[in-house]
Design a protein around this ligand. Structure first.
Ligand code: PRP
Length: 221
């Protein structure tokens, strides 16, 4: 039997018997901290997920691994019972997921950024967060255009593609190295434990104790 077949059977088993939780976790930096938080909260999980498989039977849960922007979709559609994702991504997704725990890690700001000393009217803003940006500009009465990019967004300011960007500021290193400044903080972000609302009812005996344990972790609330 291949590993994939075994996983498909495990998924079937979960659907029929309501056993293992399915957790949507973002690949990359946040994966390690997420697994650690879940382990500290009492889930028996493998120390790390190895290789390039995108689904892992990680012990007490099935972990499915994806880009962070896709986590809200997988949880909202019920493919995953719960997930971990940044508040910045949740704001952009417009999802209405239950968000019972702020895990505290991956803290950053979503900010309006301009070249240092720039003062003219903002006419074009580049960002990976077009919804958040459009709503921020509307609140400020600005009619600036929003340009969607997918990465290295600050480059738009440096090349004249846009006169401002909305992006994540974590250490501030990218701003310093590119002579940019944070002119307004739009939102504060950190990793959130999000839960599918149907799962919260149907699997409450598994999810409620996990939520309570995650809330008790240092730095969480
Ligand atoms: C993020 C973000 C900023 C940078 C901010 O980019 O988009 O560019 O980190 O972090 P800092 O304040 O610590 O410098 P990331 O490295 O995730 O890559 P991306 O721009 O390709 O999304």
């Amino acid at each position: 039997m291949s590993a994939d077949t075994a996983l498909d059977e495990a998924l079937q088993e979960r659907l029929v018997a309501g056993e293992k939780l399915v957790l949507a976790l973002p690949k990359g930096r946040v994966m390690g901290e997420s697994l650690e938080a879940l382990r500290q909260a009492g889930l028996r999980l493998a120390a790390r997920v190895e290789g390039r498989a995108l689904r892992h039977d990680a012990g007490d849960a099935l972990v499915i691994e994806m880009r962070n922007a896709d986590v809200p979709t997988y949880v909202e559609m019920g493919v995953a019972d719960a997930g971990i994702v940044g508040k910045d991504v949740l704001l952009e997704s417009g999802s209405r997921l239950a968000e019972p725990v702020d895990l505290g890690f991956s803290a950053c700001r979503l900010s309006l950024i301009r070249p240092r000393g720039a003062s003219g009217t903002i006419e074009r803003v580049a960002t990976k967060y077009p919804r958040v940006t459009a709503s921020y500009l509307a609140r400020r009465g600005s009619s600036a255009d929003v340009v969607k990019l997918t990465g290295n967004v600050e480059l738009a300011c440096l090349t004249g593609l846009a006169d401002a960007v909305v992006d994540v500021v974590q250490t501030g290193g990218t701003l310093r190295d590119n002579d940019l400044e944070e002119v307004d903080v739009i939102a504060h972000s950190s990793a959130r434990f999000v839960v599918n609302r149907a799962s919260l009812k149907l699997r409450s005996e598994r999810l409620r104790p996990l939520i309570d344990a995650l809330r008790r972790l240092p730095g969480a609330r």
